[in-house]
Ligand binder design. Sequence first.
Ligand SMILES: [Zn+2]
Length: 155
Amino acid sequence: MDDILKRLDERLSVTSVVMEESQIRVEARLSSNGASCPRCGCHSSRRHSLYTRTWMDVPEGAMPVSVRLALPKWFCDEKGCAQSVFAERLEWLPSYNRRSSRLDSQIRALAFSMSALQTERVCSQFGIRISHDAVLRLVYKTGVDESASPFRRNR
Ligand SMILES: [Zn+2]
């Protein structure tokens, strides 16, 4: 499990894995020496606290994987910066996302080969609860290269 998470981010390490009846629950932590303030861009290595984020990751076998990660918040010590504390950001887990970007990629691959309703059903086979509306939102958010779109070939 550690290797699977490390493919997401090398700084991740698993602290516990619990095989539950309907899912694999993973606790993990992020080793980080600092991060850049999203407002002023200055680097900080003065830790404020830890906060947790929980998300669904790609299934292991046919079991859904839920990951709870403890990650740091940092002080911004830059004079004049309005942001006194900020949370570490993860590019593979956008703010407010409850699914990792690699799980979204898998769902997107399904959604581009079948209907949103079918995608919803296939996902539920793997314990991933996503509504067909959420599948559609994911499709609409996907940037499609114009040269790859058959609808725009001869423009
Ligand atoms: Zn700042």
